[in-house]
Design a protein around this ligand. Structure first.
Ligand code: HEM
Length: 214
């Protein structure tokens, strides 16, 4: 680390609330979903199905509010992908981090996510999560398939691809949790997502980059 550390207010109350709510929903959906699949016995099949369906539908509604908030606040701009500095960010996580080097892309209010995060979060929010919601909703609506004109769908295949989505979400969580430990201290990033405040290095010039991506 080189520069002086300063504290900046990075995550609003709504963002933090949304983050932890979403985490709770997804954890419940993973556990109950894997039980429905028969991987273990915890709540009993019927209860697991009930909880899975209720939380799944609640999550769909909550997500719609989040998307609305993203577009009305302009926060969606934080997810525009960019390849600038991508290589140096990847190299940092493979190599530099273990040598105590500074992060090549310090966080700022206007650019909370580094290029790698932008790509991963965009894929998650725009593809993987909606994919899981749509396949889950179709699964839930199985009895209405003929009324919806969807008889051509296969329940077996829907189950397989919904499971495939679940494994991808689980993989994301494992990597994501590891990444949370890579801040300037073990729990710095987690603390920031609880309090909103994060310590960042002062004086690194990325303002030009920020301007170009506003
Ligand atoms: C993080 C999100 C989610 C995860 C990780 C997840 C995971 C799973 C898994 C692993 C299964 C078992 C698949 C199988 O073996 O066939 C399952 C089944 C199911 N999921 Fe999800 N799911 C998610 C979201 C949703 C949503 C949003 C809904 C919409 C209501 C939903 C509805 C269902 C239904 C109806 C079943 C079948 C239950 C049954 O067999 O009666 N899921 N889910």
């Amino acid at each position: 680390m080189e520069g002086k550390m300063i504290n900046i207010y990075l995550y609003t109350r709504y963002e933090r609330f949304w983050h932890w709510l979403q985490m709770a929903f997804i954890m419940i959906l993973l556990v109950t979903g894997f039980e429905v699949h028969g991987l273990f016995k915890l709540l009993g099949f019927q209860t697991a199905v009930k909880i899975h369906n209720t939380v799944g539908l609640t999550w769909l509604i909550a997500f719609a509010f989040f998307v609305f908030w993203m577009f009305t606040t302009g926060e969606w701009k934080q997810y525009i992908p960019t390849t600038k500095k991508m290589i140096s960010v990847v190299m940092y996580y493979i190599w530099g981090i273990f040598r105590g080097e500074s992060h090549p892309f310090p966080k700022r209010k206007e650019a909370k996510h580094n290029p790698l995060q932008r790509l991963v979060y965009l894929s998650l929010a725009a593809f993987l999560l909606p994919f899981q919601m749509i396949t889950g909703f179709l699964y839930w609506g199985y009895n209405s398939w003929s009324a919806w004109g969807l008889e051509f769908l296969s329940l077996k295949w829907l189950g397989i691809i919904h499971m495939f989505g679940a494994i991808n979400i689980l993989t994301f969580i494992v990597v994501h949790v590891y990444m949370t430990t890579t801040g300037h201290s073990l729990f710095a990033h987690i603390k920031a997502m609880i309090t909103g405040w994060e310590g960042v290095e002062e004086g690194v010039k990325i303002e030009e980059w920020e301007k170009a991506h506003k």
